[in-house]
Design a binder for this molecule. Structure first.
Ligand SMILES: [Zn+2]
Length: 348
């Protein structure tokens, strides 16, 4: 099936589905991945011990404070664990998860297809290249056009003949400032987007105008901003920045719900969920309710329910009272988590 034949549909790892079938959707998560590339050097004997300790209740607080100093915390390689965690989201009324893990950080398409069968959830997989420090040699060796061809091949793999198609270009990594290699990837993404009609997700690393710069580059290359989600706007909530993204017609993604408690000493992610909900309410008040995406970017084990975190179900199960304080009732929250991601994920 070509990109055009998929227009009007959402590409899951088991093949195309109608957008109406998605239901409550998490647009930015990680199900099978490894962030070992981010493992940090121990700064003494205690951290050296922590590095390879199994995660237990006894070291939970230490790992929450320093999530990148424990190896097991960064490994999502256990399908049984992933299935148990995904089922908690299904039990909270969820039905679709987008795994934005890329090949350079441990994407496992066959594993995702098995998990989709096993859990009954729709799973959409990402393709592309993350931050430069994770890039495979292909990014240097290939031309922009060759990179774009590789991406289109992944997007148009045919489930009917045993392929596992990707449904999203992302999360495409942009450091702050954007590196030359990342700019090259972004140009390839623009070509692949125009060939396919697939949605795009941009990882932004720091506050500021980075999302706007990405939109400038993509739009100049012919990409409709309405196809693009700017992720991680809630590392540093800035009403002017988020309304500027929404005014361009792009999606504003609040995807760090729950992070304040698992990365307590981090420079970013420090907003509470209460502050995130207030930021979302501001966006709705400014008339941009169709541009909001909500997710949790679960990518460390301490975020999982079995390790004391909110897991994939946090927003849908635990946060409706916070949204209700801002006049966003259960039906409205459900609309935000259903209609908006469906519109973003549908190829056009
Ligand atoms: Zn990201």
């Amino acid at each position: 099936m070509t990109g055009h034949a998929r227009s009007g549909l959402v590409q899951t790892v088991l093949g195309p589905v109608a957008p109406q079938a998605l239901g409550v959707t998490l647009p930015h998560e990680h199900v099978l991945s490894t962030l070992e590339v981010y493992l940090e050097e121990p700064r003494g004997a205690a951290e050296a011990r922590l590095l390879d300790e199994p995660l237990t209740a006894a070291n939970l607080a230490a790992v929450r404070a320093e999530p990148y100093r424990n190896r097991e915390n960064l490994l999502f390689d256990d399908e049984d664990l992933a299935a148990r965690e995904l089922i908690l989201f299904r039990d909270a009324g969820g039905s679709t998860v987008v795994d934005q893990t890329l090949p350079d950080i441990g994407r496992d398409l066959a594993g995702l297809a098995r998990l989709a069968h096993r859990t009954g959830l729709h799973i959409v997989a990402g393709c592309g290249y993350y931050l430069e420090q994770t890039h495979s040699p292909a990014v240097t060796e290939c031309t922009v056009e060759e990179l774009a061809e590789r991406l289109v091949a992944e997007l148009t793999a045919d489930a009917a003949t045993g392929g596992i198609p990707c449904g999203v270009l992302g999360e495409i990594g942009l450091s702050s400032p954007m590196t030359a290699a990342e700019r090259k990837v972004l140009r390839a993404v623009a070509i692949a987007q125009r060939c396919s009609g697939a949605p795009v997700s941009i990882h932004t690393q720091a506050p500021g105008a980075q999302g706007i710069r990405a939109l400038d580059l993509l739009e100049a290359a012919g990409v409709d901003p309405g196809r693009v989600a700017i992720a991680h706007v809630d590392t540093d909530i800035d009403p002017a920045y988020q309304t500027a993204i929404a005014a361009r017609g792009a999606f504003v993604e609040y995807d760090f719900f729950g992070w304040a408690e698992v990365a307590a000493t981090a420079e970013h992610f420090v907003h509470s969920d209460r502050e995130r909900v207030a930021g979302v309410a501001d966006l709705l008040g400014a008339g941009y309710r169709e541009r909001v995406l909500l997710s949790q970017d679960v990518v460390t084990r301490v975020q999982l329910a079995e390790h004391g975190g909110g897991g994939y179900a946090r927003i849908a199960r635990d946060l409706p009272p916070l949204f209700a304080e801002h006049g966003i009732d259960g039906a409205e929250l459900r609309r935000l988590m259903t209609a908006n991601p469906a519109r973003w994920l549908t190829w056009r």
